[in-house]
Design a protein around this ligand. Structure first.
Ligand SMILES: Nc1nc2c(ncn2[C@@H]2O[C@H](COP(=O)(O)OP(=O)(O)OP(=O)(O)O)[C@@H](O)[C@H]2O)c(=O)[nH]1
Ligand SMILES: [Mg+2]
Length: 379
């Protein structure tokens, strides 16, 4: 007579080992399922339950659509155990990946999902008008039912897509080195001047400036002028190899900013030089500076091509010159890098703010209709 027994374990591998130890190598698996084990009457940990028999004839009772190997015969048994374990790991990894993609708003569903109601369609048009890519707008909207669809619900959903880092955090033992990189004319030098002034004058921190932008005389003079006004020291570095020594000279500082020459993302030689400079500094936080006036396709290209070097943060500049901000959301979804600061004008040091996800979301929606500007207006 068939001897059918139940085994419970944390993993299928453990359960199969119990079966093999109890019923021997010819045991037949009758059924497996996941169960919640009750502990003191409450739902506890998820367990694997295996029903097995020592009668090989039971194999024929198994459902035909589940033909997978079940007899625990050597030498395949060990192989199948490790295969199952591997599959379990793969499933866990996939689950984690899907959760991460969903958090970052990357398409985990078809981009053909339509905005299903008139209200969804209205918001879809508004978001597209604000520069949000259609696939991204559709993805956002499908997370909200018609009943829940409101501007504030949408704003929260958009805010989740913006990862922000907060202000630059300083280190205890050594200076924090922050390098700004990006295309030409986006506001790297001006942003450094703003931040250097805020940390030096308002927070009373010891700040040093280094520029490796010696391609234009005017560039060095621009930063030198700011260093004199703010009264912080500056070093000019003519080749990447001098960079570590310049940073060492500033070992007594709290914060060292490194200004770089604007680089076209299309010039891979220049990008390569910049990357080599980054690599010379072992511990350097790289902020990619992007202008909010740049169109989405170019922004994607810029982020992708600058990604040959480690990018830790994004700074968005010239928000005061933009009317729509969908491009910022597009980049946040496609390249989810933490945003550190936004800049809102030419004034040094006033026109810079620590990025806040809610404000950014509000700006995106502000581009959808006649909203007032959200960021602090220029005095
Ligand atoms: N309206 C506006 N202008 C800005 C902002 N940030 C910088 N600018 C202006 O943009 C121009 C270029 O700024 P820079 O700081 O020299 O830009 P950069 O990225 O260092 O330029 P390169 O070193 O030549 O690549 C200057 O006229 C700045 O005043 C901003 O947030 N809003
Ligand atoms: Mg510059």
């Amino acid at each position: 007579m068939a001897n059918i027994r139940k085994y419970q374990a944390k993993t299928i591998t453990e359960a199969l080992a119990m079966v093999r130890a109890d019923l021997g190598r010819d045991a037949v698996i009758v059924q497996t399922r996941k169960v919640n084990k009750r502990v003191l009457g409450v739902w506890g940990r998820e367990m694997v339950e295996v029903w097995a028999s020592d009668n090989p004839d039971l194999e024929s009772l198994r459902r035909p659509q589940k033909p997978s190997a079940s007899t625990l015969t050597p030498p395949d048994s060990q192989e199948s155990d490790s295969r199952i374990e591997q599959l379990e790991n793969e499933i866990q990894n996939l689950k984690a990946m899907i959760a991460q993609l969903a958090r970052h708003g990357v398409a985990v569903v078809s981009d053909k999902v339509p905005a299903s109601t008139p209200e969804h369609n209205r918001w879809l048009s508004l978001l597209i008008e604000a520069g949000v890519e259609e696939t991204i707008a559709r993805e956002l909207l499908q997370f909200i039912s018609e009943d829940a669809l409101s501007e504030s619900a949408l704003q929260s959903l958009i805010a989740e897509r913006f990862i922000t880092s907060g202000a630059i955090t300083l280190q205890e033992a050594q200076p924090k080195v922050v390098m700004l990189v990006g295309p030409t004319g986006v506001g790297k030098t001006t942003t450094i001047a703003k931040l250097a002034a805020q940390y030096a004058l308002l927070e009373k921190r010891r700040v040093g400036l280094i520029t490796i932008d010696t391609y234009r005389i005017a560039a060095v003079e621009q930063l030198r002028t700011y260093s004199q006004i703010i009264d912080v020291p500056i070093r000019v570095v003519y080749s990447g190899s001098e960079l570590p020594a310049a940073v060492r000279e500033f070992s007594g500082m709290d914060l060292v900013f490194v200004d770089t020459a604007g680089r076209s993302q299309r010039n891979s030689m220049q990008i390569g030089e910049l990357k080599a400079c980054c690599e010379r500094l072992s511990d350097c936080e790289v902020h990619l500076v992007l202008s909010s006036t740049t169109k989405t396709r170019d922004l994607y290209d810029i982020v992708q091509r600058f990604s040959v070097m480690p990018l830790h943060r994004v700074v968005w500049t010239k928000l005061d010159e933009s009317t729509t901000f969908g491009n910022m959301l597009n980049v946040a979804v496609k390249h989810p890098l933490p945003i550190s600061y936004v800049t809102t004008g030419q004034r040094v040091p006033e026109d810079v703010e620590v990025a806040e996800a809610n404000k950014l979301a509000s700006l995106v929606l502000g581009g959808c209709s006649a909203h007032a500007p959200i960021l602090t207006p220029a005095a």
